[in-house]
Write a protein that binds this ligand. Structure first.
Ligand code: KIV
Ligand code: ZN
Length: 506
């Protein structure tokens, strides 16, 4: 008989722990709405105690997103659990997820606690969480390196205390599929009250085994898998949502398990997450990579033309990939623009749509046909919760192989315009230096990437900048047919985010 597997998505929590990723509240909300459309059962929206920004983001998602359970992470102390509850209390279906490490390595070196203390704390935390909400998940961090007998006792105790889901993470991505499957089978056999809780797994990908380990766990009785879109997360990431879901779909007789995912939303979700986190998807990534359904060799192309099933085990259209990529042209009106954005999964305010439409018209005049990629790049520019203190008024630059690159930038701040000029290693560097002279924020750039939205010569340049200021990470994006202008827009985007946080911190 087919079992329904609960999809617990941690893109907004563990995924956001990917190096350099920083999502603001509005960006988290946009992704959470898309995850709900995708049909994930649980959205782990964040770890509220870690920062006021994350607390606000989890609260916003809890208020606005319907149709999925909203979970918040908490360690086993009162402050964490109370903050988690405060952030999710207005959700339609809230869940507190509390965790403590159970492996000898973590208990000794990280927690400095004896196993008995860990067990006592875990039970206390689950009881406190249950005093707020009936849906409580408990995770024993580093479960795959824990001593089985201690873990069984711990799980039995937290279920007794009221945990409704028990999660056994492979925190460091150390397990093999055989071991992970055996661990779940061991829990089913040795935890006497296991029938009162759902068994969950949370696999990291350090050895590239996160998906295989999760599937082995499902085969052995796990009822929930914790996953992230595009497999993002700490270090090498988490098990990829799309790979697990499509493995279950493509091999129903083998796994005898299904999900409630709307497959046609998979590709859109992947692109949105990639765009808002600034984490590109590798071209050969299973399911959602650019090459996942491309056939290069003549023999393969011939086979696919004769019958797709010769070399394709999945239909790309099922996951929302359509060949006809031209979406709008310069004669398209507001209505078509709004409709198309809705189809792409964006749920924007009238003001954002209006601003986006103006940018779209300028672009369509320059470029003619606007593709899905162009439109997505353009629209992620409009997702803003913060006031835009600095706006680009004008940009001039002068560059070549025998001149010193110079740039002059004019920024408006309210009613005033400020102008500065600078030289630099290139026109982009010169323009950034000129902006710094105006803003004086102390932004430190960590990463700069430029990609073309489509293959043609008229493609849009999409710049993503990852930067740091006062210990916080920021991501800025800019799009233009001119790559220097796109870079300047991305840098202004970062500067606006930094300025906003500085103002709030006063
Ligand atoms: O990897 C891990 O162990 C985690 C837990 C907090 C669930 O992310
Ligand atoms: Zn994790």
């Amino acid at each position: 008989m087919t079992r329904r597997i609960i999809i617990f998505d941690t893109t907004l929590r563990d995924g956001e722990q990917s190096p350099g990723v920083a999502l603001n509240a509005q960006e988290k909300l946009e992704i959470a709405r898309q995850l709900a459309r995708l049909g994930v059962d649980v959205i782990e929206a964040g770890f509220p105690i870690t920062s006021p920004g994350d607390f606000e983001a989890v609260k916003l998602v809890s208020k606005k997103v319907k149709g999925s359970t909203i979970a918040a992470l908490a360690r086993t102390n009162a402050e964490d659990i109370d903050a988690a509850w405060d952030a999710i209390r207005c959700a339609e279906s809230p869940r507190i997820h509390t965790f403590i490490a159970s492996s000898p390595i973590h208990m000794k070196h990280k927690l400095g606690m004896e196993p008995a203390e860990v067990l006592e704390r875990a039970v206390w935390a689950v009881k406190r969480a249950r005093s707020y909400v009936s849906d409580v998940e408990f995770s024993c961090e580093d479960a795959s390196r824990s001593e089985p007998e201690f873990m069984y006792r711990l799980l039995q105790a937290v279920i007794e205390a009221g945990a409704t889901t028990i999660n056994v993470p492979d925190t460091v991505g150390y397990a093999t599929p055989e071991e992970h499957g055996e661990m779940i089978a061991g829990i089913v056999k040795n935890v006497p009250n296991i029938d009162r809780a759902v068994i969950s797994v949370h696999c990291h990908n350090d050895l590239g085994l996160a998906v295989a380990n999760s599937l082995a766990a499902i085969m052995n009785g796990a009822g929930q898998v914790e996953v992230a879109v595009n497999g993002i997360g700490e270090r090498a990431g988490n098990a990829s949502l799309e790979e697990i879901v499509m493995a279950l779909y493509t091999r129903p007789h083998f796994y005898e398990a299904s999900t409630r995912i709307n497959y046609s939303e998979i590709y859109r979700t992947s692109r949105m997450v990639s765009s808002l986190t600034g984490m590109p998807v590798q071209p050969n990534k299973a399911i959602v990579g650019k090459n996942a359904f491309s056939h290069e060799s003549g023999i393969h192309q011939d086979g696919v033309l004769k019958n797709r099933s010769t070399y394709e085990i999945m239909n790309p259209q099922l996951i929302g990939i359509f060949k006809d990529n031209i979406v709008l042209g310069k004669l398209s009106g507001r209505h078509a623009f709004r409709d198309r954005l809705q189809q792409l999964g964006y749920d924007l305010t009238e003001e954002e749509i209006e601003k986006g439409f103006k940018r779209f018209k300028i672009l369509a005049d320059r470029k003619g046909e606007i593709t899905t990629e162009d439109l997505e790049a353009l629209i992620t520019q409009e997702i803003r919760t913060i006031p835009e203190k600095y706006n680009l008024d004008y940009l001039h630059f002068f560059s070549g192989n025998r001149v010193v690159p110079t740039a002059t930038v004019g920024l408006t701040v309210g009613e005033d315009t400020f102008e500065e000029a600078s030289v630099g290693d290139g026109p982009v560097d010169a323009a950034f230096r000129a902006i710094d002279k105006i803003t004086n924020l102390g932004v430190v750039m960590n990463e700069y990437s430029l990609k073309a939205t489509t293959a043609g010569k008229d493609a849009l340049g999409e710049v993503t900048i990852k930067a740091e200021c006062d210990g916080r990470n920021y991501i800025g994006r800019g799009v233009s047919t001119d790559v220097v202008e796109a870079s300047v827009k991305a840098y202004i985007d970062v500067s606006n985010k930094v300025a906003y946080e500085k103002e709030r911190g006063k």
